[in-house]
Design a protein around this ligand. Sequence first.
Ligand code: KG4
Ligand code: ZN
Length: 349
Amino acid sequence: MTDAPLVLGIESSCDETGVGVVRGSTLLADAVASSVDEHARFGGVIPEVASRAHLEAMVPTIERACATAGVRLTDVDALAVTSGPGLAGALTVGVAAAKALALALGVPLYGVNHLAAHVAVDILEHGPLPEPSVALLASGGHSSLLFVTDVTADVRPLGQTIDDAAGEAFDKIARLLGLPFPGGPHVDRVAVDGDPAAVAFPRGLTARHDLERHRYDFSFSGLKTAVARWVERAEADGRTIPVADVAASFQEAVVDVLTRKAVAACVEHGAGHLLIGGGVAANSRLRALAEQRCLAAGIRLRVPRPGLCTDNGAMVAALGAQLVARGRPPSALDLVVDSSLPVTTVRVG
Ligand code: KG4
Ligand code: ZN
């Protein structure tokens, strides 16, 4: 395996500057610099702040990744970079860095899809991806169900959120409950002491008539409003908000729908494996319920460790290495970013 090409991957689609180094399907380094603290006081990612932070972090993060991997830039055989979807300015920083490196080193450049990279990263941890698989990606920026027959060439969207992303809903509810940003980990933590059945919050797009049109789509904005109204009413009545119960009940509503639709997608598409990725995959209740429901349906569950679920460079390098291994052609050096790159475009031509 030591002869496999050395691939350096760069991720800058949101607030993490990630640089990963992969040889074949072996992870050698995964350096991440996050600007999340700079966004905290705004309660969400500010694109201009993120772009500036990427500019500052890019070169030191590349250097750190190479040092950890014990390689020199001149050892790199191919470069991969997220070219979309994501924040246009943030993506541009990564793509500009990758182009400069590819040109200077004389190596091929692969512009790749961020969502497909979230899927490919699991190969580093759990080996080749059984095809077909269904992937559930849930983060602050995306909530999608994908049907994957070939992670380098054939990734089809089954459904996605029609309003807020799952992580965005966690962040907004955390804010409402007075918890810090990003809220997902805090909701997860306080929910441990709460009763998930305390409040019966709505399960978006699960009614029979919704399932006809939105079988694998998600909606979290109605849930968010329901939680806000519930808290307002309780406050108006002079009651103390039972934060743990509200957090647990909200979390249950999100993970119930995510896992129910993901397992249904596997069953209905004949996929024996479900992969879960994105920041929300770190959620302890999501992992537990997914395990329980996959077991009941005879589906194998694959979830990368939390550090590989959130945005990182290893996922981009992992997809790049797969593209190289399968002999896919590299991208042109005039590659441009596409903030709304469709998931069907795994590799930008
Ligand atoms: O993948 P990610 O790092 O960045 C993108 O948004 O692409 O995901 C971050 C999101 C945030 O919304 C955060 O609140 C959520 O993932 N998150 C969680 C947990 N850890 C992170 N949500 C629920 N439970 C968690 N334990
Ligand atoms: Zn992501």
